[in-house]
Design a protein around this ligand. Sequence first.
Ligand SMILES: [Zn+2]
Length: 258
Amino acid sequence: MSARLTTEQIERYSRQIMVPDLGGKAQLRLCEARVLVIGAGGLGSPAAFYLAAAGIGTLGIVDSDNVELSNLQRQILHATADIGRQKVDSAKATLTELNPDVQVITHPVRFGHDNAEEIASNYQFIVDGSDNFDTKFLVNDTAIRLGIAFSHAGIVRLQGQTMTVIPGKSACYRCLFREPPPLEEILSCQAAGILGAVAGTLGTIQATEAVKYLAGFEEGLLTDRLLVYDAKNMKFREVEVMRDPECPSCAAAKTTRL
Ligand SMILES: [Zn+2]
């Protein structure tokens, strides 16, 4: 990777290079950064879109599903003509069209206990756009073990929540929720529905956190607090999250570099 931005890159990214908190140095870091997006769905779509637009050097996308008609209301990486196609392939095509500078690596598998460490260890930041509790806990535990910062998010109906986790420094998802909820709660959640724009808001916040982390923001990340979005009443509120010294996942975590 070259240590300088090309003339074309300077023009493409000029509006964010102008931002005093970012600048050319941060842009170089973004161009060399590696981010893993888990799920090319409602959260992963806007997150990956903005990360590719921002010039993240390498974007990994994990998803084992094919595009379905009912996905298109919120999973904006995919178009009508993509129905039936692997989501990772559709995502790669869309992101490459937007920004050919970005290397998109596809992982057409389910992120599971057998492959989580192997996949995640190649990345600096994880955007968790998964839609189930098992994967959310697995992402948390894997990221904590490997010392990789990540953004958690969950969405249902007209609500969302998100939090950023810096292993060894801030509270993790398991400090907040020790175990997945009971099965009946999970099932009711899956059948609950979601407004596409709510997923868009949360996924966009996740992309923002990834960019801030990779650009080297020491403060101001969404750590030790859960941001809760109530779209019905258009309200954002924060819930303080304390690190649990007995947390089975992060109590012994090694400190992550920032
Ligand atoms: Zn924890």
